[in-house]
Ligand binder design. Sequence first.
Ligand code: CUA
Length: 330
Amino acid sequence: MRRVALPLGAGGLVLGGCAKSPLGYLDSAGPAAHEIAALGWGLLAMSVVVALVVGGLLLGALWRPRAAIAPGALVRANDATPIRWILFGCGVSSVLLLVAAVWTLVAVRNVTRPAAAGLVIDVTGHQWWWEVHYRSEQPSRQFTTANEFVIPVGVLVQVNLRSADVIHSFWVPKLAGKTDAIPGVDNVARIQADRPGVYRGQCTEFCGKQHANMAFFVRAVPPADFQAWWSTQLADARADIHAAGAAVFLAKCAACHAVRGLPAGGIVGPDLSHFGARSTIGAGELDNTMHNLAAWITDPQAIKPATLMPNPDLTPSQVAAVTTFLEDLK
Ligand code: CUA
């Protein structure tokens, strides 16, 4: 028994470690994710039991002493015992597969069932970043951000998914399953977080050279904090504080990037209003620090090859000015 317990214990440790990793779906934090994690554990348990039983029977058969057959003796071809074992094995397999299939279908129905959402946001996949738009009845309270967004804890969030170019897939493993973002198709994902935290998301459909660097982060906060965050997002940038950096931004960056409060409305690249409050640069590519941002602005193609951002050809002093300006957009 001890020989079996050791590998199982090690397996448990490995699975526990996976669950705690940022993309570990077994450590679920929302209703849809709980359903998927339970199904995952259930199918794993069934598979382990089947593997142990089949392995045990195989070993038993290998070690079983064979009846000696006398030379010249006739072996009966119509012995029903082997047939009975085959029927028994097929029967057990069928029942287990049926249970797995029904459980899977019920789980899929539960996680895709339409439900009244407390918040609706629009998420668009781009090569290789995520555009996030918050709707409001009042146009002045709408805003757009990128790659990092906030949701209120305990509220079902409907994510309307679209793609600006190729097929991407939206996945926050701890909150819900995967949903594709397909050009020309309106898809819906539903996410809900039970507890505050930062949940990492990842594009999970191969979408080109930087598919792996298409991460995003969902921060779940108490509803009051969510309203405060929303109000913060509506604030305009103070261009007067870093006039030199703002001037470089308007001259060199504003054709592609928007910053709220400036005459900068580019929609090709991510909206950079409140960029300084984000934790990463380039959809999870680099930590958001002054040093990394300066390196990114100097040569984005070296850091994220094939990104649509061209090298902007700035002097070192222009890079420093625009870096300071962007990092101060909290
Ligand atoms: Cu977008 Cu992979």
